[in-house]
Design a protein around this ligand. Structure first.
Ligand code: S3P
Length: 442
């Protein structure tokens, strides 16, 4: 039985102020559980995101035989089975809304001689898995999926996986990671060539666990090579705040006049920082303070103050470094003065929803002028927020949900969403946190 939808409404709010932390990085949290489960020994993870997506990965790693527990102090403990040591899950892995769980765990399962069944919610069952399955089949896995490479699927992993050199047809960190994770169990070197560099959390964390990863830039793109069959040793981790979650209070503070926020301990990996660069070009007062390295990842405190924004051109090359941030950027663009053109957004069509359509339709319903030309999104900013006064269907998409709630904080009339439940996948406590800063959400 599915739970009843939970509508939520956002109204014009007074200045947002305060100091806050956002939940742990989703991408890093998945990887911490997976690599902790593949390493030998005990890994302690501080700041793990306890969102539904990550809890799906935790449950899956348990089904594969790792011990994964949350301590009473909030620190997660993973006792790994060691590379090659995964057990066969007794039941279907239910991965909910989580594309990262599906693709990364497919890579893990593809290189272990066990048979694994996977499924997910209506959103995940629509998303393409063939992009990950295809290279993994070349490494020796047998994968049977529904038409279009969709879930549910079954994978029988290769007993002796073959190392692979693979040029990614789409810039996807999930596909890259699936191949690299499978390559860990293959003898010799497995290489992924990326047309454009995507988030490198898998590479950084592999090194943290004692793996050998070589990265070089060549004429075909970035070559990322893992050496197979390393000794992965358990390693403690601190997960930084998720910049993709920080994006919502940041844009809210930029738009609501008089706002001032300090968000502590946010991940600022350059391959995730495209939104900050873009907002600065739009005139945003955003300052990165106290930059440091934690567990191999760059972290900073982010100070932000309400700012008048102008429209800009966002080049396609920047898309991988802010791929999850276009919904909230489009909201900022709708309140800016002038035209914002966002290029190279084809991948948005295969996210938790078809985000290109969801953004365009939602903004139009709020009274903004928007067009989609191929994979380019154009938003005509009028220098003031759109009128709002509508209800948005979030289509099981957490980022669509949060983006339109942020718009409701500045629109003339309230904006509501049909269901706030999907927000739990990545940002548990979003509404309470925003209310604590002064946002009118009910
Ligand atoms: C992610 C990669 C991106 C991103 C997703 C998380 C990851 O997906 O949209 O939210 O953790 O590797 P793609 O690899 O499909 O671009």
């Amino acid at each position: 039985m599915t739970a009843a939808p939970r509508p939520l409404e956002a109204r014009a709010s007074g200045a947002l102020r305060g100091r806050l932390r956002v939940p742990g990085d989703k991408s890093i949290s998945h990887r911490a559980l997976i690599l902790g489960g593949l390493a030998v020994g005990r890994t302690r993870i501080e700041g793990l995101l306890e969102g539904e997506d990550v809890l799906r990965t935790a449950a899956a790693m348990r089904a594969f035989g790792a011990d994964v527990e949350r301590g009473t102090d909030g620190v997660w403990i993973v006792d790994g089975v060691g590379l090659g040591g995964l057990a066969e899950p007794e039941d279907v892995l239910e991965l909910g809304n989580s594309g990262t769980s599906a693709r990364l765990l497919l890579g893990v399962a593809a290189a272990h001689p066990v048979t694994t069944f996977m499924t997910g919610d209506a959103s995940l069952r629509r998303r393409p898995m063939g992009r990950a399955a295809e290279p993994l089949q070349r490494m020796g896995a047998r994968i049977v999926a529904r038409q279009g490479g969709r879930l549910p699927l079954a994978v029988t992993g290769a007993a002796s996986p073959v190392p692979l050199e693979y040029a990614l047809p789409v810039p996807s960190a999930q596909v890259k990671s699936a191949v690299l994770l499978a390559g860990l169990n293959a003898p010799g070197a497995t290489t992924v060539i990326e047309p454009a560099p995507t988030r490198d959390h898998t590479e950084r964390m592999l090194r943290h666990f004692g793996g050998v990863v070589d990265v070089s830039d060549g004429p075909e793109g970035r070559r990322v090579t893992v050496s197979g069959q390393p000794e992965l040793r358990s390693a403690d981790l601190v997960v930084p705040g998720d910049p993709s979650s920080a994006a919502f209070p940041i844009v809210a503070a930029l738009l609501v006049s008089g706002s001032e926020l300090l968000i502590e301990g946010v991940g600022v990996n350059p391959l995730r920082a495209g939104l900050f660069e873009t907002l600065r070009e739009m005139g945003a007062a955003i300052e990165l303070r106290n930059r440091r390295l934690e567990g191999g990842e760059p972290v900073a405190d982010i100070a932000v103050a309400a700012s008048p924004l102008v429209g800009v051109d966002v080049p396609a090359q920047r898309a991988p470094s802010m791929i999850d941030e276009y919904p909230i950027l489009a909201v900022a663009a709708a309140c800016a003065r002038g035209r914002t053109v966002m290029h190279g957004l084809a991948e948005l069509r295969v996210k938790e929803s078809d985000r290109l359509s969801a953004i365009a339709e939602g903004l139009r319903r709020c009274g903004a002028e928007v067009s989609v030309e191929g994979d380019t999104l154009v938003v005509e900013g009028k220098g003031r927020p759109p009128k709002g006064g509508t209800r948005i269907e979030t289509q099981l998409d957490h980022r669509i949900a949060m983006s339109f709630l942020v718009l409701g904080l500045v629109a003339e009339a309230p904006v509501s969403i049909d269901d706030a439940a999907p927000i739990e996948t990545s940002f548990p406590g979003f509404a309470e946190l925003m209310r604590g800063l002064g946002a009118e959400l009910r």
